[in-house]
Design a protein around this ligand. Sequence first.
Ligand SMILES: Nc1ncnc2c1ncn2[C@@H]1O[C@H](COP(=O)(O)OP(=O)(O)OP(=O)(O)O)[C@@H](O)[C@H]1O
Length: 358
Amino acid sequence: MASPDEPRAEAGIPAGRREPAGRLPGREKDLMITVRGLARRFTVRGQDVDAVKGIDFDVAPGEVVGFLGPNGAGKTTTLRMLTTLLRPTGGTGTVAGCDLLTDPQGVRRRIGCVHQGGATWPESRVAEEIELQARLYGLSRTEAKRRGALLAERLDLAGLDQRPVKTLSGGQRRRLDIALGLVHEPTLVFLDEPTTGLDPQSRANLWDHVRRLRSEQGTTVFLTTHYLDEADALCDRILVTDHGTIVAEGSPDALKARVAGDAITIEVTDQAAAAADIAGRLTGASEVSVDGDTVRFRVPRGDAALPELLRALDGRGITMASAKVSRPTLDDVFLSLTGRSLRDGEAAPEATEVAHAA
Ligand SMILES: Nc1ncnc2c1ncn2[C@@H]1O[C@H](COP(=O)(O)OP(=O)(O)OP(=O)(O)O)[C@@H](O)[C@H]1O
């Protein structure tokens, strides 16, 4: 019988070593995705490339899970394995209740996939594309029309049904790709970099559609992204990936809470040293520094610490002129785990002005 470490050995991972994994408690049959030791090795001109190195994770029904990582981390390779476009070279898995290796057809029937670039024909009309896709899934002509109209309505494509695909904007095109992936009402949808190349407004609009998929229909969504803000805004849970392994997993807030905590910067009208002393006594406070009238420090929860600080300063007759809480970003998480930044130009740091008292 195969050792449980066999796929890892195949992927070049030492036996017995376990990466941080996204496993969920519960029975496998209740999970929408479960993979163990999933690996993919490519051999190019005699050189082995371990694109995915024996990963473990679970996805529960109704979750929106993001697979976040920099270019080349193994996101697309993982997605292609989960959607049966690529056979794993190691590991096991079930997707939508079907075995990835022994029942790929069952997987394909039950899932929806929206890959990068889509697969639409530029000359055909929007309604034709949706109906054709529905017919390919075996729906009757009447049902195909009904589904087409419903999806057009849901994805803001109503009124565009007679437009040739080539005339659609980037956002409309992406929403059409998603409509095509949903035509057979799958309970699990895979989205590969759903908003790459879209302008900020179209991205925000698409996020709304993804949220509604879950809230209105309970659809499970697994998406890949290298946008930190996208993972943060959309996902219940994030699997952070790098070099073919999962380096962390958790909700966006839980991941950010793993970093040293919120950074607080306050300005006082005088007695900065005394204010710093008070700040340093707050629960979990660290990295206290003073620069003129400015005091900086970190605490696990900025929103909880600030009222306590205000009361303490008040008690000593110190006036706070302003306060700012900066929450850690997912990039801070990635940086602390890998020593590198995801370098996402679109992710703005979350800084919140919380008080201006002067
Ligand atoms: N068909 C292939 N042959 C050889 N190497 C491959 C192949 N497909 C992917 N790789 C390699 O596997 C690694 C992971 O690639 P993958 O496309 O999965 O990363 P990614 O995280 O999706 O990146 P991106 O965000 O740029 O799409 C990379 O080093 C890539 O060069």
